[in-house]
Design a protein around this ligand. Structure first.
Ligand SMILES: [Zn+2]
Length: 325
């Protein structure tokens, strides 16, 4: 399928790597309090420096600033990129070669200065890297790093850089017929493995030890999940862990029917669980017909070997809870 002409076209697309930006997006509105309030409420971000002018004025920022992680939101829009731009050409060549599926694998931000209400941002887009062909759990593909430079309208001062690394891959084969489990077919694609890094290694070491470990701030004791480098309550970076008792209730859930995912057998329920320790955890709900899952259902931890040598902490309806209702 990947003939010489196709390979030559992909190699030719490498001319776009590292070139100056040739596409840009201008934020429709300046940085503003309304978007900040929506964002901090959605993410349960409580730092008053983002919303309280008095507290912010007394802080080292000298006034309200926008959450740095909002960097990409000011210019966000559904866009495939300008026709003829480097991104459009690189993605087009990969689409034509059959690498039509896409998944984001990494998203990195570098913050260069604070952004404040009234700042008006624009974004320049370029291609930073294009890998050699790789074989991954999802299939054969190419990693593409798209670079986004965020700057101030007028001065052009840089405020931040985002790098999104995407895998463009050949889509998985069609879903097996009903009654034929994808999991039991030894030739079926595997579930994608999680990336393990210095922030979440403790969690996967816990899985090895059959412990559901939750990150805890070593300074103020606040628990947080999923793992991240800094405490949202006090800003400290020192951390340790606690082991969850593995009990909670379903806060919300979806039943996944489509698209087909490697190594899974839809439909299955995926829930946001309020753990008794006070943090939320996302898990597939097993040992129950997905149609029977309800909000508020008591669930408990169960260790499942979802594929040979791949064990995940999943949740199932709690046994013996009916009498408590
Ligand atoms: Zn803390």
């Amino acid at each position: 399928m990947t003939d010489d002409a196709t390979i030559a076209a992909i190699e030719a697309a490498r001319a776009h790597v590292g070139q100056p930006p040739d596409d840009e997006k201008v934020a429709p509105y300046p940085v503003n309090e309304a978007m900040v309030v929506h964002w901090v409420r959605a993410f349960e971000e409580t730092n008053p420096v983002y919303t309280d002018p008095e507290v912010a004025a007394a802080s080292r920022h000298g006034g309200v600033v926008a959450p740095p992680a909002m960097l990409g939101s000011w210019t966000l829009e559904i866009s495939a990129g300008k026709s003829g731009s480097a991104r459009d050409r690189v993605f087009g060549v990969l689409d034509d070669a059959g690498y039509t599926a896409v998944v984001a694998t990494d998203y990195e931000h570098d913050y260069l200065r604070e952004v404040r209400p009234g700042d008006h941002l624009y974004e320049e887009i370029s291609i930073e890297s294009l890998s050699d062909v790789k074989t991954t759990a999802l299939g054969e593909g190419y990693f593409v790093t798209v670079r986004h430079d965020y700057k101030l309208l007028g001065s052009g001062e840089a405020v931040g850089v985002a790098r999104m690394r995407l895998l463009k891959f050949r889509p998985p084969p069609a879903k097996p017929k009903a009654g034929q489990s994808a999991v039991s077919d030894p030739g079926s694609p595997r579930r994608p493995r999680p990336p393990i890094n210095r922030d979440n290694a403790f969690f996967w070491e816990g899985v090895e030890a059959r412990e559901l470990r939750i990150q805890r701030c070593a300074a103020c004791g606040t628990l947080r999940h999923p793992p991240r480098p800094m405490c949202g309550a006090c800003g400290a970076t020192e951390r340790d862990t606690v082991t969850s008792a593995g009990r909670g209730t379903i806060h919300s859930y979806v039943v996944h029917h489509h698209p087909p995912l490697p190594g899974t057998d839809p439909p299955f329920a995926v829930a946001v669980i309020d753990l008794d320790e006070g943090v939320r955890f996302v898990s597939e709900i097993v040992d129950i017909d997905p149609a029977e899952v309800t909000i508020g259902m008591a669930v408990e931890l169960t260790w499942r070997e979802v594929e040979p040598d791949y064990i995940l902490p999943l949740f199932a309806p709690a046994l013996g809870q009916e009498d408590d209702a």
